[in-house]
Design a protein around this ligand. Structure first.
Ligand code: HEM
Length: 170
């Protein structure tokens, strides 16, 4: 690998960690903020909650998620981290993204139907985000070898199969 690219690893790691702190912190804070919404709220309280959750989701949490994923993707190639722990981590990152989308859905529904929508108790969306976060952090810090996972030969060797259409000779 080109030397100067390797020297950028700490920079991408700092960006990755700073962004995921903002992403994860926001995913824990948003359900607590949304739980304060109640169909019986007065207009001024509704405006405050709507404004704060909208700004937090669209200007902080979602951009931070995008930056964390982009920096993490760079790190895969810079650190050549094609290991089983990375694939296990990515499976739980996918769950975190589902929790992110669910919290966004709660936010949008509370905004569109303020008079008749009561957001779920904060415990559920907080746990939906917190459990993947804890598993991801455990995996990424311990980097277990997962030696007990044995991949079948057909996943490890080229099969020499032909594509179902003609390809150029080179
Ligand atoms: C698509 C999303 C993500 C990708 C592709 C990704 C990828 C990576 C890679 C390749 C590394 C470098 C590992 C090394 O240097 O050995 C890393 C570091 C790290 N990641 Fe992620 N990551 C993602 C999301 C997350 C999330 C959501 C969290 C936490 C909730 C997280 C926590 C960390 C931590 C704490 C480190 C530093 C670990 C260390 O240096 O030993 N990552 N990530």
């Amino acid at each position: 690998m080109i030397d100067w690219l390797v020297t950028t690893i700490p920079i991408f790691k700092v960006i990755h960690i700073a962004a995921l702190v903002m992403w994860c912190g926001g995913l824990l804070a948003l359900p607590l903020m949304l739980a304060r919404h109640d169909p019986a709220l007065v207009a001024e309280d509704y405006r405050l909650i709507r404004h704060a959750t909208h700004i937090t989701y669209t200007l902080c949490v979602t951009p931070a998620a995008v930056i964390a994923v982009i920096a993490g993707t760079w790190l895969i190639f810079l650190r050549e981290a094609f290991m089983p722990w990375l694939f296990a981590k990515l499976a739980f990152v996918a769950l975190l993204v589902v929790a992110h989308a669910w919290i966004g859905h709660i936010l949008a529904t509370a905004a569109e139907h303020p008079e008749d929508y009561k957001p779920p108790h904060a415990f559920l969306p907080v746990m939906a985000a917190l459990v993947p976060m804890i598993v991801i952090l455990t995996i990424v810090l311990a980097k277990p070898a997962f030696e007990w996972i044995v991949f079948p030969d057909w996943l490890l060797e080229p099969r020499g199969g032909q594509l179902p259409f003609d390809v150029p000779s080179r």
